[in-house]
Design a protein around this ligand. Sequence first.
Ligand SMILES: Nc1ncnc2c1ncn2[C@@H]1O[C@H](COP(=O)(O)OP(=O)(O)O)[C@@H](O)[C@H]1O
Ligand SMILES: [Mg+2]
Length: 609
Amino acid sequence: MAGRSSGLFILLVLAVGLVVHFTSALSPDGTALLELKAGFNDTRRMLRSWRAKDPNPCGWVGIACHFPDLRVRSINLPYAQLSGVISPSIGKLERLHRIALHHNSLHGPIPAEIKNCKELRALYLKANYLQGSIPPELGELKHLTILDLSSNLLWGIIPPSIGQLTQLHFLNLSTNFFSGEIPSVGVLGKFRNSSFVGNLDLCGLPVQKICRSTLGFPAVLPRSGSLPSSESSSVIAPMTPGRPSHFVNGIILGAMSTTGLVLVLLLGFLWLCLLSRKGKFGQRYVKMDKQAVPDVGNKLITFHGELPYSSEEIIKKLELLDEEDLVGSGGFGTVYKMVMDDFYAFAIKRIDRNPDGLDDALERELPTLGSIKHINLVNLRAYCRLPSAKLLIYDFMALGSLDHYLHEQGQEEQPLNWNARMKIALGSARGLAYLHHDCSPAIVHRDFKSSNVLLDQSLEPHISDFGLAKLLVDDDSHVTTVVAGTFGYLAPEYLHNGRATEKSDVYSFGVLLLELVTGMRPTDSTFLRKGLNIVGWMNTLSDVKLEDILDVRCGDVEAEAVEAILDIATMCTEADPDERPTMSRVLQMLEEEIMSPCLSHFYEPHLDI
Ligand SMILES: Nc1ncnc2c1ncn2[C@@H]1O[C@H](COP(=O)(O)OP(=O)(O)O)[C@@H](O)[C@H]1O
Ligand SMILES: [Mg+2]
């Protein structure tokens, strides 16, 4: 009897389980998204796939989820013609990494509840009609890397809490109605004018404007709250007022309320103007689609003829880049991978180094670098200046850098055998020789190293970053600003006097040959412990035994072939630059060695790599 009733009970539990499974309610994240949808006015029915009957929102348009827990990871709905407001329910999506709602027509405030999205990395709300001030709570989002609130109707002060966002590397608050002093706390101190341009009345260091009120009183008072002793010591007056006399108080209060009133009227007027203008733009956008004019302040210069994408398309893709697209960072900036809708990929280098006054020189010189075309050089396709960033657009090289491939992951997938290494040496020599001897005036690379030799799908090398160091490093600080990874490649005279010549590139090329033969980084700890680099180390080996230095991953190689390459490397790394061969001579020697009749199989199409 007891056995039968427990059997019935199990059946009942199973049945209930099945019913729950088949009629499973929408997950809490899905419900929160429906609340968000309720706040939007979705005239084009973009969100029609957002349905309450689904078990989770992971297949909904614009939504991506974490796996396996199916929590919402990102909301991607730029250019979706959404109007309405952003519901505070967004704060229920605690695992969000990215919110991209830029270029819509949203109004109302930015909900402070976004602070609950503790993992948020990127918040794109550019080009909407958002009103109110920045919720200070955004300062609690400690993973936030990208914050773009530009081109809205936001006003008030910039909350000092934003300075606590230590991970923030992109900030755009331009074209709003912010006022007051830009706090110089924390990370806020590192952003420049381009992050703040086009606001009502911002002052402070980044915009190079002293903070003064309209009455001639400093608008900022010292941190201590005492009367100002200098204009530069600062916190924003309304937040920590000092103790001015009643008379001054009266004037300030009167002035503030009048200014406030004027401001509100002005804002209202501007908002109405913008709304009516937006209507027109909206209609035009529908008709013109991709041909819409990019934002004022955006500039795209293409090289190598036109790119088969409109500026609008490229800029739109650029705006979607975030930390998940990062592929690396080096001495001059951060590199991202950008994939177009037809899957063509570009590498985007955001220039972080920006010596004062070099902007013009950069823009003047880049077309020259962009016009250089050779199979062993990476194509510089375009230069893009956004209000917030300067970007170089290159072809993306599928296998990444030789440095990475040789010393890190590539070896596991497809180790570089001797033939592959010689193909890379030869191609790199061709690229450098072209820069030195076929360009007029000659181009000195200045930063030749294995992380600037990029490999395509067939392991063909393409040299990148040629000539960039000249544009981005001012002469006074040349060597101190060179990144650590470059040191092992620099010729002694370049380190000494900072003058780069073709012969200093030849030295760097010799170092690369040694790196290819030994499979060791030029600054491997084996040498560093002895106070040497790879060249010094080779010189200390009086009787070089091939088995001691040759990278075992090269496979079977004839001793003469290795020795011939070592001889060329030794010539290239001579201490006296005059003793070093030119790149054209180096190329000739390599071709003789690598492509000599008995070794011609190195260059067969069925290359065994
Ligand atoms: N065109 C490209 N295609 C693919 N990967 C690239 C490209 N350009 C740069 N990278 C990757 O980004 C990393 C950083 O590049 P970069 O900023 O030039 O620094 P560095 O040359 O000092 O390594 C490179 O090491 C490489 O792995
Ligand atoms: Mg590079």
